[in-house]
Design a binder for this molecule. Structure first.
Ligand code: VGL
Ligand code: ZN
Length: 192
């Protein structure tokens, strides 16, 4: 497939944060492998003057998704902690839009659209196609892709810039995204 990025496209990098990398509180196996491809996408979208969004899991200390509060996850991505920071070598440009999610104690949000202004920002800029990758494929990437499809965006899933928590989860997510109408894309599909 040949796709040319224009200023009406949007790049959405999901939760490329330290806690989701090896050594973090909720590590995605090989999560660090998404960073290099993500940096390439950032370069390409920057050259095309296309907007770039970076979501981050941004939980309060007492968040419901944490085991200690009855949830299923170890404590992760607590607001303003080291683990919530973006990966050190992720080259986010100064113009990046940072989207906080899951920032209220009583609600979790796997989708970057849930409880955020992401949709508004995309619509304001006339974005029709979104390109989504990051961590983790089986949770927040999946839900952001499905959320985008639901809102009527054409959605490309960046499989070379995404990693899942488990192989089964990854496979299931892939099927759900593609059956839902998302298109799988890698750097080699982009035309310059
Ligand atoms: C995520 C589990 C819990 C994710 C966030 O970013 O995929 N997964 N919180
Ligand atoms: Zn979370």
């Amino acid at each position: 497939m040949r796709v040319k990025i224009t200023s009406k496209d949007g790049l959405i990098l999901v939760d490329i944060q330290k806690d989701f990398l090896p050594g973090g509180a909720l590590p995605v196996p090989e999560g660090n492998k998404v960073i290099e491809p993500a940096n390439r996408y950032i370069e390409i979208f920057t050259k095309a003057k296309a907007p770039i969004f970076a979501t981050r899991d941004w939980h309060p200390e007492n968040h419901i998704s944490f085991k200690e509060n009855g949830g299923i996850w170890p404590k992760h991505c607590v607001q303003n902690t080291e683990g919530a920071r973006f990966a050190d070598n992720l080259k986010l440009p100064p113009e990046v839009f940072i989207i906080n999610k899951g920032d209220r104690a009583e609600f979790d949000a796997y989708s970057g659209f849930q409880g955020t202004i992401l949709e508004n920002l995309l619509r304001e800029r006339g974005v029709k196609r979104i390109f989504v990758g990051g961590l983790a494929t089986d949770y927040c990437v999946l839900n952001t892709v499905l959320g985008g499809l639901n809102l009527g965006f054409q959605v490309f899933w960046l499989s070379d810039a995404s990693k899942g928590i488990t192989p089964e989860g990854e496979q299931r997510a892939r099927n759900l995204m593609l059956n839902g109408g998302a298109i799988e894309l890698t750097l080699s599909d982009l035309e310059f």
